[in-house]
Design a protein around this ligand. Structure first.
Ligand code: ADP
Length: 249
């Protein structure tokens, strides 16, 4: 679904990403891990058009999307969350989701996932989408709370819900579990697994090894901008280079 070939990005004399190639298969949860500074966020920025590569290519299906602007990439069905939450702080949760739904790129995947049929009007459809996602994420009781009044953990869950409401086929999440309490982590990982079960694809940057090992189908390990290892959680957890560079630290 998403494939990068020899992707390279330099900042001055530093090579933040050095000829990295891998692919993310459809309807999987793919983990991107590595120590701080290994190039994970740079990879997200290159794949979503926020940065241009110095060399290498990005493909979305059969189509080359290298160098397309972020709004163009998001219209193809790639949604992204940032480490810091991005919502409209002065709107309620429900209104945040209605706005995201109005900006959605397509409806079919979302409708199938949320078991929604046709609505009376487009605006009614956005409302129903918002309500269904609130329920799905276990935050329906907070529908009319102003986003800024939420605890940090719930704001992160809202960030993922907003990304989902835009109707993507690939969700790229930057440390979705950071700042969540153990119960919220379990809740969010359950949601992500159920999203995958319905055919969406997820690419996660995450430092919580337990969650990564439990939830991912495949894992790519970066170290100093190069691809150190790739494989199933079982393969990665016994890969000597990964243990040395990351898990052992
Ligand atoms: P990670 O997400 O794995 O922590 P990053 O992709 O943020 O790593 O960073 C990789 C390397 O690139 C780091 O050494 C970082 O300091 C450097 N870097 C990232 N963005 C920039 C930038 N805009 N300008 C200069 N150096 C950068």
């Amino acid at each position: 679904m998403l494939r990068v070939h020899d992707l390279t990005r330099r900042f001055g004399r530093l090579t933040a990403l050095d000829r990295v190639s891998f692919e993310v298969a459809e309807a999987t949860i793919h983990g991107l891990i590595g120590p701080n500074g290994s190039g994970k966020t740079t990879f997200f920025n290159l794949a979503t058009g926020f940065l241009q590569p110095n060399a290498g290519k990005v493909f979305w299906g059969d189509r080359e999307v290298t160098g397309l602007a972020p709004h163009h990439i998001s219209r193809l069905g790639i949604a992204r969350t940032f480490q810091n939450t991005s919502n409209f702080a002065n709107l309620t949760l429900r209104d945040n989701l209605v706005v995201a739904s109005r900006n959605r790129v397509q409806t079919s995947v979302l409708h199938r996932m949320l078991h929604l049929g046709s609505a009376r009007s487009e605006e009614a459809d956005h409302g129903r989408t918002a309500d269904a996602i609130l329920e799905r994420f276990g935050i329906g009781h907070l529908a009319h709370t102003i986003a800024a009044d939420l605890p940090g953990g719930t704001q992160k869950i809202l960030g993922v819900a907003i990304a989902l409401a835009t109707g993507p086929r690939l969700l790229m999440l930057d440390e979705p579990l950071a700042g969540l309490n153990p119960a919220e982590k379990v809740q969010l990982m359950d949601i992500l697994r159920s999203i995958r079960a319905e055919g969406l694809t997820l690419l996660l940057i995450e430092h919580d090894m337990k969650a990564i090992m439990q939830a991912c189908d495949r894992i790519t390990v970066l170290s100093y901008g190069t691809l150190l290892a790739e494989g199933s959680p079982a393969e990665i957890s016994r890969d000597p280079a990964t243990i040395k560079a990351y898990l052992g630290t």
